[in-house]
Design a protein around this ligand. Structure first.
Ligand code: 13P
Length: 338
């Protein structure tokens, strides 16, 4: 298979109008915070147990077409010795890998951030591919303030995302391009729309310059919402602002937009996705790539106890199913109580 055929095959398996992505790629620092919230120590064994439990959820492949893993997870196996990427694939879930190496301040642009990890990326990707990964994820982070993101922040972050995406495609790995505009702060929904639109515009300009094939990538953006220190906007308003900005900045060639949850609660993220899919027949699939919004109830159900494995899986399955319904525009709040 040529590299392009390989990319197309992965896109075809991941984008089918009814499934989304489970983001389970928390770095060791981030998963420690999540485990901390339920009083569980973040040991390698606890991480392995938890992620193996997520991936062996019966029926998950009905609602989830891809899973983003952390490097450590790619090399771990379930209790029966099946490597976790193979376990996902057996459920018709394409395994992927977070390849960025975290973020730090962007020198010269006070308040903006930049992500690390481009050096040696092609070689690393070959190794991940050998372990079963077929797509990758890279996240750039944009805080909103009165002066952020700066012009330099916008261009430097877009350049990183485009270089990463071009490297991925050159080795047959589908890139998920994730420009996360943070929800932190007291900015209005209008300000969020303005920033997201600038970010996407700059990102697609850079992707074009670097020759990235838009048909063979996925976009993982934030939804347009007010900052988390403000009152929440109703789902219809989030959908309206988000779609207006996306229409202005994202080419129709992109097959799917898989939103991050970014601090939205599980029910909120589902209701917003539902409103997006109800509002307008978009040229792109509108789907999810949630971390917290899929995992929070599962973590709470688990509490670090092996005997709670079935409850963990039930909680994950429920959120995945409701988000699948939201993709069809068929979610209703009453389903939360079933
Ligand atoms: P959240 O949905 O929790 O924001 O996580 C998605 C993700 O992959 C962030 O990089």
């Amino acid at each position: 298979m040529s590299v392009s055929e390989e990319l197309q095959q992965t896109i075809a398996e991941m984008v089918d109008g009814r499934r989304g992505i489970l983001a389970a790629d928390e770095s060791n620092g981030t998963i420690a915070k999540r485990f901390d919230s339920i009083g569980v120590e973040s040991t390698e064994e606890n991480r392995r147990f938890y992620r193996a439990a997520l991936l062996s959820t019966e029926g998950l492949g009905e609602y989830v077409s891809g899973v983003i893993l952390f490097e450590e997870t790619l090399g771990q196996a379930d209790g029966a010795g099946t490597p976790l990427p193979q376990l996902a694939a057996a459920h018709k879930i394409v395994p992927g890998i977070k390849v960025d190496k975290g973020k730090g301040p962007l020198p010269g642009a006070s308040g903006d951030m930049i992500t690390y990890g481009l050096d040696g990326l092609a070689e690393r990707l070959e190794g991940y591919k050998a372990q079963g990964a077929r797509f990758a994820k890279w996240r750039e982070v944009y805080p909103i303030s009165s002066h952020n993101p700066t012009r330099l922040g916008l261009t430097a972050n877009a350049e990183m995302l485009a270089r990463y995406a071009a490297v991925c495609q050159s080795v047959g790995v589908v890139p998920i391009v994730e420009p996360e505009v943070l929800i932190d702060g007291d900015h209005s929904i209008e300000r969020s729309a303005e920033v997201n639109e600038q970010v996407w515009h700059e990102v697609f300009h850079a992707l074009h310059r670097h020759g990235v094939v838009l048909e063979q990538m996925l976009l993982k953006p934030s939804m347009v919402t007010p900052g988390k220190d403000c009152d929440k906007a109703p789902p219809e308003q989030v959908a309206e602002y988000t779609l207006r900005s996306l229409r202005r900045a994202v080419p129709a060639a992109v097959p799917s937009i898989n939103f991050l949850s970014g601090g939205q609660g599980p029910e909120e993220a589902t209701a917003n996705l539902n409103a997006l899919n109800q509002l307008w027949q978009a040229p792109w699939q509108l789907s999810f790539s949630y971390g917290r919004a899929l995992q929070e109830p599962a973590l709470k159900a688990w509490q670090g106890k092996a005997e709670n494995g079935p409850a963990l899986q039930q909680a994950l399955n429920k959120r995945a199913r409701l988000n699948h319904l939201a993709m069809l525009g068929e979610y209703q709040e009453s389903l939360e109580r079933e």
